[in-house]
Design a protein around this ligand. Structure first.
Ligand code: G3P
Length: 215
């Protein structure tokens, strides 16, 4: 299970690197907007400090424009993965780009059939937005689980990148379902190893250690 950070904030990325467990980063226009810096500059900065794949989103529409934009973005750094939306134009662009060896993360996926087409188009990652599915009153984890099963059924190579993660419970379920990757807001990342019983147990052991005779 790979753990990505879903952020465009360098401080958060540096902190996660400091913890020693970060396999990649995903961004989107809304996350980069918060940073007040150009998309290209921020992606290049992230690519310099993180080894793994960094997803950068296309903002154009139409197959030809998406292909052209993706070719430009893919040259920003060796570890860039181009994010392309789940539309017919996006699928057609993904089909062309994947044959050319450009890695595509198909984003804004909300259903099994969308994920099926992404895999058939040769996407490197598929990003089901489980939190946003939950927001609609539907079951994001059921969609995630069905995508993982579908890919297994047909031995698709596309990796399932669990996105729109809102809480630790989503991460636990993504692990048990067998998704390849979760991408997390930093607030969720930090909570992954917190547990009140760990804190309490540590305090008790530390206090007791002070009461052990030195000799
Ligand atoms: O990067 C895409 C995705 O993770 C967005 O999450 O919380 O805006 O639904 P959210």
């Amino acid at each position: 299970m790979k753990i990505f950070l879903d952020t465009a904030n360098l401080d958060e990325i540096r902190k996660a690197i400091g913890y020693g467990f970060i396999d990649g980063v995903t961004t989107n226009p809304s996350l980069v907007k918060k940073e007040g810096i150009s998309y290209e500059r921020r992606i290049k900065e992230i690519c310099e400090i993180v080894e793994g794949p960094i997803s950068a989103e296309c903002i154009t529409e139409g197959t030809d424009d998406l292909i052209q934009e993706s070719r430009v973005i893919s040259k920003w750094a060796r570890n860039v993965v181009v994010k392309i939306p789940m539309t017919w134009s996006g699928l057609k662009a993904t089909k062309v780009l994947s044959v050319d060896g450009i890695k595509v993360n198909m984003t804004l996926c909300f259903s099994v059939t969308q994920a099926l087409f992404a895999a058939k188009a040769g996407a490197f990652f598929i990003s089901p937005f489980i939190g946003r599915i939950d927001d609609m009153g539907e079951n994001g984890l059921k969609v995630l689980s069905d995508i993982v099963q579908t890919y297994k059924n047909y031995s698709f190579k596309t990796q399932v990148l669990t996105a729109s993660v809102r809480h630790v419970g989503h991460v636990i379920d993504a692990c048990t379902i067998g998704a390849d990757i979760v991408t997390l807001p930093f607030s969720v990342y930090e909570k992954l190893i917190s547990h009140p019983l760990t804190d309490k147990g540590l305090e008790i052991f530390r206090n007791d250690s002070l009461k052990i005779p030195k000799k």
